[in-house]
Design a protein around this ligand. Sequence first.
Ligand SMILES: [Zn+2]
Length: 143
Amino acid sequence: MIAVIDCAGKLPRLPRHSQLTRWFWQGLDDGVLQTTRCADCGRLSFPPRPDCPDCLSQRTEWQILSVAGTLYTRTRIHVVPEAFIDAAPLDVGIIDLDVGLRLLCWLVEGAQTAPLDSQVELVALRYANGTVIGARPLAHEDA
Ligand SMILES: [Zn+2]
């Protein structure tokens, strides 16, 4: 499961949802991080895709992912697209998940200044109009 954090306000722009990725975004709203896995060779893909980039199989299945990973790199974006001006500066990072996937996401709850290579976990940032992926330091405890 992925922790869902309720955030104030609305996202200025949402990621595009396709027929394939709608399942992914719905899962994220419900606290499940998942992507597609090749049913023939086992390769995971992110973002989800209808075929396998390694063996070209079109037999894919959904797999729930562990949220643990490492902060590969991060940056603070001061010059942002117009839609994000009210949210600037934006802190984003590239996360290497322990399952072998690399993805870009927002950094929250101290991950904005965390050392590179430190342990992080993905979280779902749920706004009034949609949910996106974020990462926070793994040491964070809700209890
Ligand atoms: Zn494959």
